[in-house]
Write a protein that binds this ligand. Structure first.
Ligand code: ASP
Length: 337
């Protein structure tokens, strides 16, 4: 089942079971009680290396872990892991095959951040599948943090990336269907988003993260969300931990979500508590219309403890740790639905 269908399919009594997902907790702090299952969390201490990613992306986490197990860096692992999903044409939210904007253009946003606080990002990138690798080139080959639009595209081509048409037949068909009504909702629906965010810790204990997306489906031309914005879509602090977001980018930006999660961990919260508090900052706002959109966070701290939380049901993360590569259903705020 594709991630989009998964989110849409609210009739499943237990999406976790339907997908064969684990009922294991996002939270892996030994001794705490998992609020999702009301059971005690295993006493198996979390280990490094670790890879975690938003959604069901086992091929991507497998690739990243392979690199880490072979002694590779967290940065290489996170880039190579994200590239798996960017190249997957069936995923209509990332890289090639991403759903276009309302005018039919696929435009990608991505960022990457390493253990030294270096970062790079691209926004509104056309024609290049591996936006995450272009973001890494921005980080490593330029004095800048972010390149946009045609400048980013030209830079990518100069760096040897091959331009190609990212609009696949399937995404074109979906766009044509959307055009029949062409309802543009500035507020994201629960079903029309997805982003691959990945966090890794290597054998040396260094942390890196990356985030890559085609953004909100049928967005206004020029619209950029949280995903390429350091601090919003992604933040890494090698002393503390890292966090990455998915969902309605506008809401994540307004609360500088990923930076917030990391700062909450700095103040002593576990990754799980930090993700929950960051979601609370969104839903507790006066006049928050959170019923109309989804936001989810995943986080890891320096010890390899993890957390994830979302506003609505059906958010999940994939975690490769202690030799297990599992999809984990996230606990969520809105239990009223
Ligand atoms: N956060 C992304 C954006 O707003 C979309 C998503 O995660 O689905 O562009």
């Amino acid at each position: 089942m594709k991630r989009r269908e998964f989110i849409k399919n609210t009739t499943l009594s237990s999406a976790g079971l339907a997908l064969g997902t684990s009922l294991a907790s996002c939270n892996n702090v030994p001794g705490e009680v998992d609020k999702n299952t009301s059971t005690a969390i295993s006493s198996e201490a979390p280990t490094i290396p670790v890879v975690l990613a938003t959604w069901h992306v086992e091929a991507a986490t497998t690739k990243a872990m392979e690199i880490l197990e072979n002694g590779g860096s967290a940065l290489d692992a996170v880039e190579q892991g994200c590239k798996i999903e960017e190249a997957n044409e069936k995923g209509q939210s990332v890289g090639k095959g991403g759903l276009p904007d309302r005018d039919g253009h696929v435009t990608l946003d991505a960022c990457i951040m390493d253990q030294n606080g270096n970062c790079g990002a691209v926004v509104y990138l056309k024609d290049i599948t591996h936006a995450v690798s272009v973001a890494r080139k921005v980080m490593e080959e330029t004095p800048h943090v972010m390149l946009a639009g045609e400048g980013a595209r030209q830079f990518a081509i100069e760096q040897g990336f091959k331009p190609e048409d990212l609009l696949t037949e399937a995404s074109k068909e979906a766009w044509n269907k959307w055009k029949v009504e062409a309802k543009y909702k500035p507020i994201i629906n629960i079903e029309n988003h997805d982003t691959i965010g990945m966090l890794t810790i290597d054998k040396q204990g260094n942390i890196s993260g990356a985030c890559t997306t085609s953004g909100l489906a049928y967005k206004m031309a020029g619209r950029v969300g949280d995903s390429p914005i350091i601090g919003s879509g992604l933040f890494v602090d090698n002393e503390i931990g890292a966090a990455v977001a998915t969902g309605l980018g506008e809401e994540v930006v307004k609360t500088v979500g990923s930076f917030l999660v990391v700062e909450l961990m700095r103040q002593g919260k576990t990754p799980q508590q930090a993700c929950e508090e960051a979601i609370r900052r969104i839903v507790d706002k006066p006049n928050s219309n959170y019923n109309n959109f989804q936001v989810g966070y995943i986080a890891v701290n320096k010890r390899g403890e993890t957390g994830c939380y979302s506003i609505h049901q059906y958010f999940s993360m994939t975690k490769f740790q202690n030799g297990k590569n599992e999809q984990i259903q996230s606990d969520f705020f809105n239990k009223e639905a």
